[in-house]
Design a protein around this ligand. Sequence first.
Ligand code: NDP
Length: 444
Amino acid sequence: MSTKFKNFISNQIKRFPHQPEFVQAVSEVAESVIPFTSENKKYDNMILERMIEPERMIIFRVPWLDDNNNIKINRGFRVEMNSAIGPYKGGLRFHKNVNLGILKFLAFEQVFKNSLTSLPLGGGKGGSDFDPKGKSESEIMRFCQSFMNELFRHIGPFTDIPAGDIGVGLREIGFMFGQYKKLSNEFSGVITGKGIGWGGSLIRPEATGYGNVYFAEEMLNTNGDGFKNKKIVISGSGNVAQYSCEKAIDLGAKVLTMSDSSGFIYDKQGINLEKLNFIKYLKNIKRGRISEYANEYKSDFFEHKKPWSVKGDIILPCATENELNFEDAKLIVKNGVLCVSEGANMPCNSEAIKYFQQKKILYAPGKASNAGGVAVSALEMSQNSIRFEWSRDEVDNKLKEIMKNIHDCCVLHGKNKSDIDYVKGANIGGFIRVADAMLAQGVV
Ligand code: NDP
């Protein structure tokens, strides 16, 4: 580790002692980018220092009435991180743990991810510490409307285009889009993840999960391998997990696990499409707990446990940040894993990543492997602009091509003598495009 890197990181730790996730995300990028900028002097121009400072951060009060007419207050955020290559783009997260540090980490990751897609998208992220669990439909709607009452001043189809993330799915996007439309008196592509029939794109719900599996398949292909007959361990049971599962089944693999914050289910027979439909209904409509799957299909349920003890050839962490640590990584490697591909953002902590790399496991960081969601969001924006809708196959083929290009970019910048360092490849590949634009635009 160079002195420059050490000084850079210790400075960030001093500046942001209460934002550990942000410092973690910056450290991971800096470890690849600082040696690169030292060798390529044109980038040694305070570019990384500028990139870690958001262009703008908006924090606002979100007051709303619960069903008993009590006034509730939450905090809303939008971190507009970088607009060098396009308008800010990134999801909104509603979760009780949301704070500025978490949104800064997500916005920072988003800048690199969006750059890797080769599409004209800057990076941002937002959300609220609102906890949707246990809230009625009307409470969710009133919260979303109040959130948009402030956010609408800061976003626009050419400025900042939010989408979904944890706790924000089609229902919440609908309520927020409806309120934006009322306040602005225009129907535009200001939010992505909209429903089919009111501006949404086919394949957008599937895109992050499908893209994750397409990326993992590309990695396996480098060793002449693929998903067929492989055992898959998935965490999470939300949007990304559901469609990672669907595509893995489609490619002939056997999915053994899914989870939520209360534990994981282990189905030795494999989760087939019928069982997956049960999970979709349970999570997207009924909004129940994953343990209900175990009752329905007589599978095992492990309360408050993560699925990493289950032997799998391919591991797809699709729930949340830092859900897989060094001890988990040791167990996963001992169990003979071939490939780990992140559907979630930063689900593996730094020690786990280092261990996978040391053991030469094919490991993909989320900024590369989960970029399919934002890529199809950009395709949704294009369709909104040209007022035309592409077919399912057209969008899916574009998604596949984009994931393959991201993989190629990682190989180009991450190839070592005997293996591919996907972390380095994604960080440098994502950095160059943004850095070139920043250099061309002057001191911005
Ligand atoms: P959802 O809200 O649809 O699902 C989240 C899933 O993760 C749920 O099963 C949830 O369980 C679980 N989860 C959340 N927090 C925790 C926690 N602290 N511990 C254990 N489990 C938890 O979100 P998404 O599927 O959209 O997002 C999942 C991940 O993918 C996030 O990291 C997100 O940033 C990332 N991502 C999402 C994209 C998208 O297009 N949606 C795009 C790129 C990345 P429970 O219901 O019990 O809370």
